[in-house]
Design a protein around this ligand. Sequence first.
Ligand code: MOS
Length: 732
Amino acid sequence: MKFDQPAGQNPIDQMKVVGKATDRIDGKFKTTGTAPYAYERHDVAANQAYGYVLGAGIAKGRIRAIDTVAAKRSPGVVAIVTTLDMPKLGLGKMNAANLFGGAEIQHYHQAIAVVVAETFEQARAAAFLIKVDYARAAGKFDLAAEAGGAKPVPGDSGEGSGGGSEDRRGDFEGAFAAAPVKFDQTYTTPDESHAMMEPHATIAAWEGDKLTLWTSNQMIAWTKGSIAKILDIPAESIRIDSPYIGGGFGGKLFVRSDAVVAALAAKAAGRPVKVALTRPLVINNTTHRPATIQRIRIGATPDGTITAIAHESTSGNLDGGKPETAVDQTKLLYAGANRLTAMKLAHLDLPEGNSMRAPGEAPGLMALEIAMDEMAEKLGLDPVAFRIRNDTQVDPGHPERPFSHRNLVGCLKLGAEKFGWDKRNAKPGQVRDGRWLVGIGMAAGFRNNLLMKSGARVRLGRDGLVTVETDMTDIGTGSYTIIAQTAAEMMGVTLDKVVVRLGDSNFPVSAGSGGQFGANNATSGVYAACVKLREAVAQRLGFNSADVLFEDGNVRSGNRTETLGKAASDGDLVGEDSIEYGDLAKKQQQSTFAGHFVEVGVDVDTAEVRVRRMLAVCAAGRILNPKSARSQVIGGMTMGVGGALMEELAVDTRRGFFVNHDLAGYEVPVHADIPHQEVIFLDEADPQSSPMKAKGVGELGICGVGAAVANAIYNATGVRVRDYPITLDKLL
Ligand code: MOS
């Protein structure tokens, strides 16, 4: 189905099932421990052996020799494959560093060997007996030290809302110089780790030339294509299966070493092998969110009208890696005729940087939205009013492009009202509650809505059951549930009549999970397949498809009514299709918006920060399932608190690795850190986005929260911290 003009009235608009707060249909499997994750697929292949991955002990250089003699003699060892046994393997999609093969070391904990044994403990013990002779080379590990030599980023720069390096509109320098009120500050965000619960894990089995990988991955089709490239085997010989995923956060958008070494190890062992990356390997062997240094300049008239705005960001990566696209939202969020956004990239020999939890906007807004708070204060304006004054209904860099739907102002106004913004004391450091200094802060949230082709197959059985198959993934987000809701709405059945099967590369290729594009696109693919199935049902029953109604498990046309199952009495009916998009998103900018409000307490003696209340008001098109959408948003808000207050990979700038490589040293918020959250969704539908009239909403939850926390801390204390995370030492 080609979607190239705004959606008209369609069956989803009934909103009998879609749009209802619905428990996740996979919830009971997960909470009872019966949803098997990749490492737990004990039943998929007999005689599974355990693989243990050894990571490089240097950050840059070469391996001269690997001595496996003692390891091979260790009890239970079945096979050992080292990186010297293999040529340098090809790169998969979005991989910057090689995952295995060859003598060259590009970053710390790059995989250099896998030991296969009868038990995990035997494999681990043997791995520690491997002796590696390294020729270490000097590397670059310190972004601040390398920033001066960073190079402008050419061309398109990644997965986010995208665009090239330097983007200029009007005359930024001239307008900034002439502006009556000027602001110029630099902010830093640290390297961060996804810290998903489930590590990267894969079970690999060969049957002749056919390879099956039971793995944990957000993007099934990318992974299939990447494995074909890396192992140089035909894609048709590969099956990827990933029905349950214990969090991805961007760290499982692409193939990582667990899948590659499991395949190589299974081949060497001649039997299925399972591999899970240990927590230190998840942090140093896989990817992370790169640190940024962001300079923001704003010029305005005394009444608070922005006349010039610039956002420049520097980040680092391995050669072939991409920048953190932290300037993306600044192209679109506020009006202003004279604009500059630019990115620079420094070469670093740290583990590779890549997408993590709203890449681009999440760290970009951490800077921009403090800057807006600082500028509002400088202008003597209320921060909410300053943002509303500079709202824009068109892409400010391309005024001929309106937003498809934009109600940031509605989010800010309703949020201010619900949160009690009018009670805020604009003068910092004035409000006390016992030993706590109390402050409130806010920020705008912004994340783009991306359109991606997405396919599905829907089958109707004679029992009236509707089975949906798509390689879409559920990374803990609720995909199973919103897909079931979509099929139920389209076919006129209750949710219990829908079976959803996901994450298998034998199913039609979907958009996958990433960039908050999963929900809208994957359900639209299911919508398209259901349109086909409805036609097949009508035809089979001899109904005129123009007036046919699907409701209450029945199909009606004129004065005839049949049960839905009747249509399949002579055999299953199948509808298969993809949603494909025209250039609607080129003509109209599609984005999602939020107002984030936070109250904090800061201990007057120790400077310990406690978040007391949070509110997000979101404008993100039709909300397919308010319950799972709320869960997404409160999860994002929690990550925003992590980014503001805790999360930081500590870089050893001499040896080039992340030191706090476990969940004891890498701190994330826990329940006790998050006492109260509220989410309000504005009631809207965006006919430009898809037949579902929905948009992404998950990552919107994180975008802006970090700055709202920072602004609340400033309001509480009068101390402005521009260097995340805002730990107590920076407040004393
Ligand atoms: Mo997301 S960081 O685009 O999986």
